[in-house]
Design a protein around this ligand. Structure first.
Ligand SMILES: Nc1ncnc2c1ncn2[C@@H]1O[C@H](COP(=O)(O)OP(=O)(O)O)[C@@H](O)[C@H]1O
Ligand SMILES: [Mg+2]
Length: 267
């Protein structure tokens, strides 16, 4: 369970980036953040991950054990130790992921758990055989086991995103954040990545930012739409053309979204 309470972010210039954002993400949910470019999708996710400061608000999440983690408190400060502990439990899947190109695929997956092991152990002994076999299982799950020893820099965009997902799985997080995980991919690869994420979300909820309303309607359980830093919709993923108009009002990226909706309706 993730609970975002009253997140606001104002710049010293007075510009409002996030305006009193509150929502919950519960077990089993695959929630999509939709909104035109600049609406605040990435900033919301950065705030949840404790990667940016906010003017007000609080973010807490917990897993089955009930133990709660906080990335942002009402006072705006979380201790470094608490923040590290919280971040270890958030699996991050970003567009054009930050994998290390010169390393083999398997090493990039194992990096996902670096935050959990003592730095001295990782430096002296590396990972255990058990950890290596779990990392292989994660690669297996995304259909990339055959690529374990390949240099990551030699992979295609779709393959890189699969490895990024394997790394997040291996991390064993309580929650996944995915910022435009399919935006750089062709429709076929984007679809394949959505198909991988859907069952993952049933285990641990995913909050993702997307630019493909058609795919979101098919795979996600809920939509939260942002407009200029405020939530303008929080509900069922099947949006009408009118609702999409409101979400993308007048923006250059609206036609693509609308075309996709039409295509989804026809298929
Ligand atoms: N580091 C920053 N400093 C100041 N403004 C920023 C910064 N990053 C993003 N913004 C602004 O915050 C708003 C939301 O951006 P962002 O969350 O990246 O939008 P989205 O991901 O929905 O496209 C935009 O107006 C953007 O210009
Ligand atoms: Mg963004």
């Amino acid at each position: 369970m993730l609970e975002v309470k009253g997140l606001s972010k104002r710049l010293p210039t007075g510009k409002t980036i996030l305006n009193d954002i509150s929502f919950r993400v519960d077990k089993g949910e695959f929630v999509a953040l939709l909104g035109a470019s600049g609406a605040g999708k990435s900033m919301t996710m950065r705030a949840i991950a404790g990667l940016t400061s906010v003017t007000a608000g609080e973010v807490v999440f917990s897993g089955e054990s009930g133990k709660c983690y906080t990335t942002i408190t009402a006072s705006g400060k979380t201790s470094g130790k608490d923040l590290r502990r919280a971040r270890r439990n958030i699996g991050v899947i970003f567009q054009g992921s930050n994998l290390v190109k010169r390393l083999p695929v398997l090493d990039n997956v194992m990096i996902g758990r670096l935050g959990r092991i003592h730095p001295l152990r990782s430096w002296l002994y590396g990972f255990t055989d058990q950890e290596a076999s779990e990392a292989m299982a994660a690669l297996e799950r995304v259909g990339m086991a055959g690529f374990a020893s390949r240099r990551t820099g030699s992979l295609s965009g779709g393959e890189v995103q699969r490895v990024a997902i394997a790394r997040a799985i291996f991390q064993r997080p309580l929650l996944y954040l995915a910022d435009e995980p399919v935006s750089s991919l062709d429709p076929k690869n984007a679809e394949a990545i959505m198909q991988l994420m859907q069952p993952l979300a049933r285990e641990h909820p995913i909050l993702g930012a997307f630019h493909q309303p058609g795919m979101v309607m098919h795979y996600c359980t809920r939509v939260i739409a942002l407009h200029k830093g405020s939530i303008i919709y929080n509900g069922a993923p099947n949006l009408s053309a009118k609702q999409l108009d409101e979400i993308y009002c007048g923006q250059a990226d609206r036609p693509e979204a609308t075309q996709e909706l039409t295509a989804a309706a026809e298929s």
